[in-house]
Structures are given as C-alpha cells and as structure tokens.
Design a binder for this molecule. Structure first.
Ligand code: NDP
Ligand code: MG
Length: 379
C-alpha cells in the first residue's frame, strides 16, 4: 500500500485527490491547508493521517483544539509543511498547494527521496533547473498532475524511447477567447473567474483568463521534458478534449484525449504505471462532435510572450515572472488593479529587475521577493 502526503488537500486539486483515493491502493499520512480547517478536520477524521498542517498559525491553533481527541499531530507554517512533505513517512507527495510556497516543501520531499505527484507548477516555473537536477540525483520521479503534462507523459510512453520533436501544448483559451486587447481592458473579476471548461482555485482561474497559465505550463513542460521553448507550440483548443500532443521526427503526432476532469490525471499520477477504473465519465466523441484549434492571439494575451521570454532566458527569470504574476493576480483579485495591468506589471518586473543567469536557491527566493515587492509598490 502506497503512503501518500497531500499538500493543499483542501483546495481544488486536493479535494479531487481525496475523491479518487478509494481507486488507489493508498494510505494518507499527511494533509495540509492554509486556513480551511473545517474541511481539513473532516478529511483528517476520515483518513487518519499521522500529521496535518495549517499554514496559518491562528488556524493551526483552532485545528489543534478540534483534533484534540485524536493522535494526529497538528503543525503550522513552513516547518509544518516541510515536515508533512519529508517526515510523514510518505512514499509519494501530492503537491497541490498554490504558488511559490510549494517550492521548499517539494525540495525537502525530493531530498528525502519521496516521489512527487506535481500539481504545483509554480515550483518548476521558479526553480525548474534546481528541482529537476535534485530529482535526478535522488532518483525521484516527478509525475505530472497538470492535465497537459500528464497527456504529454502518456504520449511519451508510446514513443518507445524515441525523442520528442515537438510538444503541442493545448490551451482552452479561457473566458476571454476572441476578445481584442482593447476589450480586455474592461473585463471584470467575476468574468475572469468564470472559466468555461474547468472548475479550479481562484489563482489558476485568473491565470487561465490571462493565459499566463499556458505560459507557466510552457516553462513547466520545458523542464519536465528537457526541451527548448521553441519546440513547444501553444495551440488553442476550445473544447479541452485533446489535453496535449507530441510530434515525432517523422511528423506523426500522438495525442491524449479525455473529458476535462482533473481526477483522471491525478489518479494516473498515483497509480502509474498501472491504470485502474476511474469514476470520471467516459469520453463520447460523437457527443463532443467537433474539435477546434486556433493560433493564440498574442496581442490580446501578452502574458504568453512574457512567459516565452522568461523561458528562453532561464536563470532567475522564471522566479521573477512567477513572483510578479502571483502578486499582480493577488492585487487584481483584491480589486486594486485592472485585468490588463496584471501582464503590464509582470512585464515591468522582467524589464526592471536585474537578470542573473546562474542561480542558487537563495537567488531564486531573492528574485521572487524582489518581483513581489516591485509589483506591490507600483502606484
Ligand atoms: P486552490 O486555491 O483550490 O487550493 C490551494 C491549496 O493550497 C489549498 O489547500 C490552500 O489552503 C493551500 N494554500 C493556499 N495558500 C497557502 C499557503 N500560503 N501556504 C500553504 N498552503 C496554502 O488551488 P488549486 O487546487 O486550483 O491549485 C493548486 C495547484 O495545482 C496550483 O499550483 C495550480 O496551478 C495547480 N493546478 C491546478 C489545477 C486545477 O484544476 N485546479 C489544474 C492543474 C494544475 P486553503 O484551502 O486554506 O486556501
Ligand atoms: Mg493545465
């Protein structure tokens, strides 16, 4: 039986992971939240982990009282997250926290030799080179949860060791597909939060609306599959049925298809290399009827070009791009800046913060902090 730690178990990916657990031969050893302790308490009582963490200190105090009648250890803060990742006795850690906060626990888990079911793409965007190198050194598997990267992972397995020539990374296009750059200036928070195909946490939903999500995924794919960014082509595919595809030297393209439901890629990351029945509805192609594909509109979605630029430069650019984006999305969700300003502030951070090519973990943390501070300080 596999021992699993779920970081961010109360979020969109986290709760869907808990939902498919009965299909996986697994025992949960750790669960974490930031503040949603009601959900965490219910999960803990059902799954009996060894330890839990509420990142927020006040929430952790409350959670400790709620779980006082159990043997479960209640932790808090970054130390608590790291302990859940590396010291809970897990074989595999599902990284489903949102944002750069996932980096240190992921590195700690890899150091401790745990396999990673990676949902937290920000970790690879900020520190892909470091994370992948450490994983290779430790012989740790990074199993992608993100639907596109899971699709690529599945296509690659059909390649019999032949190298990938090109990745076709599909994008739904989000709620603002077809709008012009001018029209994007007046979109609201509510419109940006209404994704047509996927139900996800707020931050990634906004990233999908700006298409920064696809930019982050391009960087994620670059590190996972060791390809230069120019070999990763973004294709807008409105139906979210083709989850991505891989092209080989002979021009043959292998794609992975399925209904848009994250439980499938989550389950596959946890059962790989085996496949087991999944509760997700089956794909009925005749009901889908039509699959459409478009070039992305780079004028209306400048985040794509910003991410491509950061991907090409490597070094600390991923950390600057991501830190600036997290801060700008936070300001947008708080109603403090407009939608178009998200990409503008990220561009300003990339233009302003000095570039460092060879980076240590400390450099990455510093680049992240500088980008956030700059974005928040802008009038
Ligand atoms: P959610 O916002 O729904 O959940 C995030 C989880 O992380 C929650 O458990 C949340 O706790 C916790 N969390 C938030 N902030 C902190 C913090 N500062 N410290 C510790 N824990 C924290 O996000 P999603 O599930 O949508 O996304 C999670 C990750 O997966 C992201 O990196 C996203 O890009 C990626 N992903 C998500 C997909 C999806 O369909 N949702 C698809 C592909 C990738 P609390 O509940 O208290 O807020
Ligand atoms: Mg995705």
């Amino acid at each position: 039986m596999k021992k699993i730690a779920i970081l961010g178990s109360t979020g969109s990916i986290g709760t869907q992971t808990v939902d498919i657990l009965p299909a996986v031969d697994a025992q949960v050893v750790a669960l974490t939240t930031n503040t949603r302790i009601q959900i965490l308490e219910e999960q803990a009582r059902a799954l009996h982990p060894k330890m839990v963490c509420a990142y927020d200190e006040a929430a952790a105090r409350d959670l400790k009282c709620r779980l006082a009648d159990t043997e479960i250890r209640v932790l808090t803060g970054m130390d608590g997250l790291i302990a859940c990742a590396a010291e809970s006795g897990a074989d595999i850690v599902v990284t489903a926290v949102v944002g750069m906060v996932g980096l240190l626990p992921t590195l700690a888990a890899i150091d401790a030799g745990k396999d990673i079911a990676l949902a937290n793409k920000e970790t690879l965007v900020c520190a892909g080179e470091l994370v992948m190198r450490k994983a290779r050194e430790k012989g740790v598997k990074i199993l992608p949860v993100d639907s596109e990267h899971s699709a690529i992972f599945q296509c690659v397995q059909a390649a019999q060791g032949n190298p990938i020539d090109k990745i076709l990374l599909t994008a739904s296009g989000g709620p603002f597909f077809g709008k012009t750059a001018e029209q994007m200036r007046t979109v609201t928070r509510e419109q940006a939060l209404a994704h047509p195909n996927w139900s996800m946490g707020a931050k990634i939903t906004i990233d999908s609306a700006t298409m920064m999500n696809k930019g982050l995924e391009l960087i994620e794919a670059m590190w996972l599959y060791d390809l230069p960014p120019e070999d990763i082509e973004i294709v807008v595919h409105r139906e979210s049925i083709v989850h991505s595809a891989v092209e080989f030297v002979d021009g043959s393209v292998i794609a992975q298809l399925g209904v848009p439901d994250m439980r499938l890629p989550i389950q596959y990351a946890l059962t790989w290399p085996a496949r087991v029945p999944c509760k997700v509805p089956r794909l009925r192609l005749a009901e889908v009827a039509k699959l459409t594909f478009f070039e992305p509109d780079r004028q209306a979605f400048p985040a794509l070009t910003l991410a491509q630029r950061a991907a090409a430069q490597k070094g600390d650019r991923g950390a600057v791009l991501n830190g600036a984006n997290e801060a700008a999305v936070g300001l947008f969700l708080a109603g403090e800046i407009g939608f178009a300003e998200i990409a503008e502030r990220v561009a300003h951070a990339l233009d302003t913060i000095a570039y460092h090519k060879d980076v240590t973990l400390d450099d990455i943390l510093a680049a992240d902090a500088a980008a956030r501070a700059l974005v928040r300080a802008q009038p």
